[in-house]
Design a protein around this ligand. Sequence first.
Ligand SMILES: NC(=O)C1=CN([C@@H]2O[C@H](COP(=O)(O)OP(=O)(O)OC[C@H]3O[C@@H](n4cnc5c(N)ncnc54)[C@H](O)[C@@H]3O)[C@@H](O)[C@H]2O)C=CC1
Ligand SMILES: CC(=O)C(=O)O
Length: 371
Amino acid sequence: MIIGVPKEIKNNENRVAMTPAGVLAFVKAGHEVRIENGAGTGSGFSNEDYERAGALIIERAEDIWAGADMIMKVKEPLAAEYGYFREGLILFTYLHLAAEPALAKALTDSKVTAIAYETVSVGGTLPLLTPMSEVAGRMAAQIGAQFLEKSKGGKGVLLGGVPGVRPGKVTIIGGGVVGTNAAKIAIGLGADVSLIDLNPERLRQLNDIFGPSLTTLMSNPFNIAEAVAESDLVIGAVLIPGAKAPRLVSEAMVQAMQPGSVIVDVAIDQGGIFETVDHITTHDNPTYTKHGVLHYAVANMPGAVPRTSTIALTNVTLPFALQIAGKGVVEAIRASTALALGVNTAGGAVTYEAVARDLGYTYVPVEHVLH
Ligand SMILES: NC(=O)C1=CN([C@@H]2O[C@H](COP(=O)(O)OP(=O)(O)OC[C@H]3O[C@@H](n4cnc5c(N)ncnc54)[C@H](O)[C@@H]3O)[C@@H](O)[C@H]2O)C=CC1
Ligand SMILES: CC(=O)C(=O)O
């Protein structure tokens, strides 16, 4: 199989979908890898590193897309890339289609087999989302601390406080991978941290892990309103796999926050959990203010730490990509329920139920399309 790796074009997205180690693994398995000129530079991998591992460097993005059986990316294709879609192409990348209706239409119109990293699932876990959620969760606490500084527009609160002064209050909504990692860092900074989740078993686990340094709360509108109003920093970390994120924090709840407080909506890639988050922000221009509260809604947070993130991401994507290349997509999906759950579009249909429901498509099980 020919695997193409284009350079990412999203704002400040410096990750790349394959490292030289990945190239070597593909080449050893008898495949050909084509990397776009400079695709790895932002992550510290030069064209020469890739060539030494056996890749071909290709000058133009359109040639990478046109010549590949499978395209591996990090972020969802942007509108400028939709023209490269064609029947028979396998696309393996983050997609977040419930929040990207135009992309879903372009993929179904062109009958691409699109496999979303974020819905590949093993025993209820999302192994291709986990490492980036670890990164984004840890970053969310750091970023929140930064934007609470007065010069950044915040209210001027040091999350850890100092002797004689109360620490800042942090509320994290969603206690999965992002939430747990955000809690780890916020607690490490010395903040007063509460975490809200819907799953009582998860709250029990978190209570066992963090003990009294974390207040755990059941997710309901009453607890969310109370915790949000009292918080200096609120982090959105909820996920219903594949689906549009539920709007758990209303505009009225945000209005009840003190001016200069900060919201970091990590779940923005699935549409966000705050009613007041009305657009995705970028690393170039990461915040806007609404009702006096700073809103951070960057959908590719790990792109800011590309060296760590590229290695963490490709560690987990490579084994699945090798299965697709080795067996072909139909056989790979038949052999792996994990991969089958990753297929979001194929043969012109939406093959992931939550995406179909949220975007108003008829759901077609993947095995009805790819057989
Ligand atoms: N902005 C960015 O750059 C990045 C965003 N993300 C996103 O962060 C979000 C969270 O991801 P993970 O932590 O990996 O997901 P996860 O599946 O590990 O955790 C989600 C948690 O949300 C909880 N939950 C579901 N409904 C809830 C409700 N109504 N109230 C409270 N909690 C509820 C679940 O019980 C679960 O514990 C996803 O949308 C993911 O795509 C991840 C990485 C980077
Ligand atoms: C998960 C995701 O969308 C990201 O890492 O950018």
